[in-house]
Design a protein around this ligand. Structure first.
Ligand code: ADP
Length: 438
């Protein structure tokens, strides 16, 4: 029966009995008694309501503490008890899942820290404790920058751009290099994931040192061999076409190897983190005028080359590195543009940013190759690269130089129609004539 009808049953019975008694006894006395009993019923309901209120306010909401009543309230409390039991079961299930999740994350080699809306630490696993020197028991609620105090990390967190991981040199505990990735989730919470990349960094340093050492060791013997071959060719002491051809081939291959060794050395110098950028005011106009002359002699009249100097702004950077980057782009334009093609070089300032560009009407590049061009030894056409004296390292060198100058490169190309390489320099590197102090 529905609880409403159930609640009416005692009142209906009482009314029937009172009506019957009213026939036999004095009506006033019977109605008085009726009133007293009704008042008792109201007081019972109010008291039970009070018990429910007390339970809601002060109990631990456990199944065993739900008040025990009969009748209408018995039905209500039985439903409440069923609801509490079901919730307890669900909560137990959730606790087990949470515990399992915490056990699983605690054995992850990656450190995991849950940050709240104000970047305060809410939870972390044991790897994060090890990586960042945290103590879950003591540091919960602390702002993460109180535990990781490096100024660069604070700036990284404030900037809010987490597209790239942050490299954190942790010297406080062990000499550890950490890659910190921050993943925002929910309304304003964040997940901080730390990875120990010390071993990879050591391997990378070993690789770089190995390449640099090998290149360095090869440099002298190659210079000696190249020198002797050149002398032999120049002095015309070798008779016989076959010998002369062999000598020419040996000289060409030695020259190629020397170029490769030079490019490898340049790359390893650029990659060396300890090699800080020495900066100066670079007169781009003068630099490009020199490179324009070099392009003319490299092309040997096979192309129409123009230079457009729309700005006289200078650039704050490293002259040798910038020369090397621009040289690589210009020599690529000459090497990958068939005879009678057009090549335009230019320097301008757009929206406050410095812009250097090389445009050619050459063979162009299929779009799928463009993202990979700056990888070492990546060539679209290996044969053509070799034929024209390429090492496959030119654009890798360009990329490193640009990174060191906070510059970016944009490549647009149409196969068969030509390519444009644009380099954008940040505004704070551009120096205008009125700002250039001698
Ligand atoms: P490489 O010494 O082989 O030229 P780079 O690193 O300078 O090496 O360039 C990588 C590859 O990008 C080249 O092998 C070539 O396929 C392509 N490339 C670079 N510049 C141009 C260009 N201006 N036109 C067409 N292809 C180009």
């Amino acid at each position: 029966m529905n609880t409403f009808w159930l609640s009416l049953v005692p009142i209906v019975w009482l009314t029937v009995i009172v009506a019957l008694l009213g026939i036999v006894f004095d009506t006033a006395i019977v109605l008085g008694l009726y009133g007293v009993i009704l008042l008792g019923i109201v007081i019972y309901h109010l008291y039970t309501l009070h018990c429910l209120d007390q339970w809601l306010r002060y109990s631990d909401y456990s199944y065993s503490t739900v008040p025990d009543r009969s009748g209408l309230w018995g039905v209500v409390f039985a439903r409440l008890a069923r609801f509490v039991r079901r919730r307890d079961k669900e909560r137990l299930g959730l606790n087990i899942s949470l515990e399992r999740l915490q056990r699983a994350t605690s054995v992850l080699p990656e450190g995991i820290v849950i940050l709240g809306d104000k970047d305060q630490i809410e939870w972390c696993n044991s790897s994060a404790e090890l990586h960042l020197g945290l103590d879950l028991g003591m540091d919960v609620g602390q702002h993460v920058t109180r535990m990781v105090r490096q100024v660069r990390f604070v700036a990284y967190l404030d900037a809010g751009d987490f597209s790239k991981p942050f490299l954190l040199k942790q010297t406080r505990f062990r000499d550890m290099l950490l890659s910190i990735q921050i993943v925002p989730y929910g309304d304003s919470e964040k997940l901080l994931i730390s990875r120990d990349i010390t071993r990879f960094e050591k391997l990378e340093i070993m690789r770089r040192d190995f390449v640099a050492n090998v290149s360095h060791e090869l440099r002298t013997p190659l210079t000696v061999i190249g020198g002797f071959l050149e002398t032999l060719l120049e002095e015309n002491k070798i008779s016989g076409d076959m010998e002369k051809n062999a000598l020419r081939l040996m000289f060409d291959q030695t020259t190629r190897m020397r170029r490769l060794v030079e490019d490898l050395l340049t790359l390893s110098q650029l990659e060396n983190a300890g090699n800080n950028l020495t900066e100066e005011k670079v007169n781009i106009v003068q630099l490009l005028q020199g490179l324009y002359q070099e392009a003319q002699s490299l092309s040997a009249g096979r192309h129409i080359i123009s230079l457009d100097l729309a700005s006289h702004a200078m650039l704050f950077g490293n002259q040798d590195e910038l020369r090397s980057a621009f040289e690589n782009l210009i020599s690529n334009a000459v090497r990958y543009t068939p005879d009678n093609g057009v090549i335009s070089l230019g320097w301008t300032v757009e929206n406050g940013k410095g812009l250097f560009y090389v445009q050619d009407s050459g063979i162009g590049i299929e779009p799928n190759h463009i993202p990979r061009l700056t990888e070492r030894f990546y060539r679209v056409d290996r044969g053509r690269s070799r034929e024209t004296g390429g090492t496959g390292l030119g654009l890798a060198i360009v990329k490193h130089v640009l990174n060191r100058h906070q510059a970016s490169m944009e490549v647009t190309s149409q196969p068969g129609e030509g390519s444009t390489f644009r380099i954008w320099f940040p505004g704070d590197r551009v120096l205008y004539a009125e700002n250039i102090a001698e």
